[in-house]
Design a protein around this ligand. Structure first.
Ligand code: BJW
Length: 242
């Protein structure tokens, strides 16, 4: 794959880098993406399960889906794409990773300057007290799991129709406005407000690069779009961050 002169120049001259990731970055580690055929679980779409309404109606079903995903993710490792993003954090003094992923693989790869926009699958939240706790039990012994106070626990995840953590979204908007380079990796760029971040970066003067297996609604807006696997394309860019 040919990397454009503009991309090389933008990377080499960048001082303030933001990386926005979605499920596609973890696909090569074995984590299923949300949309498309492989996003189906027992004939349910993620959109049908990742809602407060679904949890209210059938918490056991929703928790079974999360238990299945936790078991699936637990033995997986970061791939070449995650590793490049971790190394970019080391090389650039001003860096922020904004991830929509809940799998924790960026942290496993070594990223420290990150924001989790949609929560973390390894955390639970008490439905009464709101207390957030790390919970690594996999498989879960009891579904739905219960808090020490007796109330039901829920996954510490942002579902459709729920607000994102205020600090996470504010710091992400700020990072998008101030960066000079944004790389958008492995996201279908349809879920808001994350999908608006590349446009904000572009409008405030950043060079925006998209790396995705297929075209997305932002492909025409970005400066350069590289179609293919993140685990193959990111290593081609890594040397320009030196
Ligand atoms: C590869 C690859 C490889 C594969 N290499 N690439 C404005 C307008 C319209 C609607 C809204 C709006 N503002 C808010 C909304 C409503 C809603 C929304 O956006 N709906 C749209 C779908 C229309 N948003 C919300 O409800 C958000 N809340 C909110 O804004 O609150 C205020 C509000 C509410 C209501 C109205 C107005 C304001 C909350 C969103 C929470 C999203 N949560 C989920 C579920 C988490 C559950 C869990 O993980 O357990 O987060 S949804 C799901 O989608 C998950 C993901 O983080 C998110 C994004 O998906 P992502 O990462 O892009 O994955 P995919 O599968 O879609 O794409 C993967 C891509 O990778 C594909 O393109 C592949 O080709 C590619 N790929 N392999 C490179 N190897």
């Amino acid at each position: 794959m040919k990397i454009s002169k503009e991309t090389i120049k933008a990377i080499e001259s960048s001082d303030n880098v933001v990386v926005l990731t979605g499920a596609g970055i973890s696909a090569e580690s074995g984590v299923p993406t949300f949309r498309g055929e492989e996003g189906l679980w027992r004939n349910f779409r993620a959109e049908e399960l990742a809602t407060p309404f679904a949890f209210q109606r059938d918490p056991k079903l929703v928790w079974e889906w999360y238990d299945w995903r936790r078991n699936l993710i637990k033995p997986l490792y970061p791939n070449a794409g995650h590793k490049v993003i971790a190394s970019v954090e080391q090389k650039k003094s001003s860096f922020k990773l904004i991830t929509q992923n809940v799998d924790g693989l960026h942290q496993k790869a070594g990223n420290k300057k990150y924001v989790e926009l949609h929560g973390n699958i390894w955390k639970t939240r008490c439905t009464e007290e709101g207390k957030v706790t790390e919970n690594l039990e996999s498989p879960l012994k009891k579904i739905p799991p219960v808090c020490e106070c007796g109330a039901m626990l829920r996954p510490h995840i942002v579902w459709f129709g729920e607000s994102l953590p205020v600090e996470a979204i504010q710091s992400s908007y700020q990072a998008a406005e101030n960066c000079d380079l944004m790389m958008v990796v492995g996201t279908s760029a349809v879920v808001q407000p994350a999908a608006s971040l590349p446009g904000i970066a572009k409008n405030t003067g950043a060079f925006v690069i998209e790396i995705n297996a297929e075209e997305t609604p932002i492909s025409d807006m970005v400066d350069d779009s590289y179609l293919g696997k993140a685990g193959e394309i990111l290593p081609l860019l890594e040397k320009y961050f030196e």
